[in-house]
Design a protein around this ligand. Structure first.
Ligand code: HAM
Length: 428
């Protein structure tokens, strides 16, 4: 049976759905271009190390969710579960630090996570992500993290609120981690088994646990704000100031720590009530240590990843998904073999003239071809029969009214194009 089913948690996007995706993708490319981001495409698989060294061995993403396999050359490769480490890997590999700085990159790409599938959570999902690499300036954090907010606004979702936090850096985080450890050790028996292990190895991960018991403990945990060093505090103030400047709403949430280990300083997430409390629409932040984790020179970076599958769910539920009409403008209907041959030529001319045109590939009788034109919701049929062949004409039939007009064959394509144009401008 599995030969007739997509893998669990992976979806087919069928015609009809795909047009919605194309509309969102067009908005994404347009916006990213205006913001000065250049598209980057990295392979779907990377050396497993790329993720182990950066996202972190203790994260769910690396320890439980990666699709990892050994290739025929004995290398451990993984389907990419996220886009930031691959972009940094490419930046370092190709010496992109020699280009204009900072580097600004974006991607619209499938990611793979072996997670428990549910609404808005898939084993293959598509992320729109953007990264600014090469500057520690808080203006960069604000520029990149407000871009997805502008995308949501452009698509009609105006009530967006970003949850912002700082997770500190190498100078101040150790003190915070020690305080967290001390606190969690006083309430160890209330934590889930995974979290009990995390307390020693990586207590920030406990803050990110979604289990209600752990959330209750987290509620009273010390927050990072008493521990931030002066540099981190200044940076965070700078980020907030720029958000204010851009008039993008945010709330400070000290428990936004993100599910990946590479973050330093800024962490941000945006939720939607439409997706449930656990599922963010987008998340991101700063990762000033990531390049070094990969073995490169110290290189600051900041970015976000936006789950487009989730965005489409929200747009649909908010009634903001716009229907896209891709139905045929005209169907060529023919009667008899000579007319069929003429129809093939006519179809090609129509398409070359920029008209969405469809014909018959099943040798159907004319009446069935007409029915097919109806099913395709074509506006017109162009009929070629023996009498038309003899007279050097074709018959234009308006499908909704049944009204028929003879057109001189040589002028038929331009006449139809003229009609379609006036209809379109008339509609605007
Ligand atoms: P992330 O929070 O793991 O961050 O994922 C980013 C977004 O991808 C999420 O907010 C969500 O919208 C979407 N997403 C994640 N997992 C799934 C899933 N299983 N099904 C559907 N959508 C999903 C990152 O991946 C970072 N690389 C983001 C980033 C870029 N940070 C800095 N630059």
């Amino acid at each position: 049976m599995t030969a007739m089913q997509a893998p669990r948690g992976m979806r087919d996007l069928l015609p009809g759905d795909v047009e919605q995706w194309q509309a969102v993708e067009a908005a994404v490319h347009d916006l990213a271009g205006r913001w000065g981001f250049r598209e980057i495409r990295t392979p779907v698989v990377e050396h497993t190390e790329v993720f182990q060294r950066t996202a972190g061995e203790d994260t769910d993403l690396v320890s439980k969710e990666m699709y990892t396999f050994v290739d025929r050359g004995g290398r451990s490769l993984s389907l990419r579960p996220e886009g930031t480490a691959p972009v940094m890997r490419a930046y370092l590999e190709h010496g992109l630090q020699q280009g204009p700085q900072p580097g600004k990159f974006y991607y619209v790409a499938p990611m793979f996570r072996y997670d428990r599938p549910q609404k808005g959570r898939y084993r293959q999902h598509v992320q729109f992500g953007a990264e600014i690499i090469g500057t520690p300036h808080p203006a960069a954090d604000a520029e990149v993290l407000t871009l997805p907010v502008r995308l949501l606004q452009a698509l009609g979702l105006t009530e967006v609120e970003v949850r912002l936090n700082s997770v500190g850096d190498a100078a101040c985080r150790p003190q915070y981690l020690a305080a967290l450890r001390d606190y969690f050790n006083t309430r160890l028996e209330e934590l889930c088994e995974d979290c009990r292990h995390r307390v020693d190895r990586n207590p920030l991960r406990v803050l990110d646990c979604k289990r209600p018991g752990c959330q209750r403990v987290v509620h009273d945990a010390p927050t990072v704000f008493s521990f931030l060093c002066d540099d981190c505090r200044r940076h965070f103030d700078g980020v907030k100031r720029h958000f204010d400047l851009l008039q993008v709403r945010y709330v400070i949430d000290p428990f936004i720590v993100r599910g990946l280990d590479y973050y330093t300083r800024t962490a941000a997430e945006v939720f939607s009530g439409r997706l449930g409390a656990q599922n963010a629409m987008f998340g991101g932040g700063r990762y000033d240590g990531l390049a070094q984790q990969l073995g490169g020179p110290s290189t600051p970076g900041v970015g976000f990843g936006f789950g487009l599958d989730r965005l489409l769910i929200v747009l649909e539920q908010e009634g903001l998904a716009r229907p896209v009409d891709r139905s045929a403008e005209v169907c060529v209907v023919t009667m008899g073999e000579t007319a069929r041959i003429e129809g093939v030529r006519l179809l090609d001319e129509l398409r070359a003239a920029g008209i969405r045109a469809e014909g018959d590939l099943l040798d159907r009788p004319a009446r069935a071809q007409m029915k097919h034109a109806d099913r395709l919701r074509a506006r017109y049929a162009l009929v070629v029969g023996e009498s038309e062949l003899a007279a050097g004409t074709v018959t234009l039939r308006e499908m909704s009214s049944g009204e028929q007009t003879p057109l001189v064959r040589a002028e038929a394509v331009s006449a139809l194009r003229g009609r379609l144009r006036t209809e379109t401008t008339g509609r605007l």
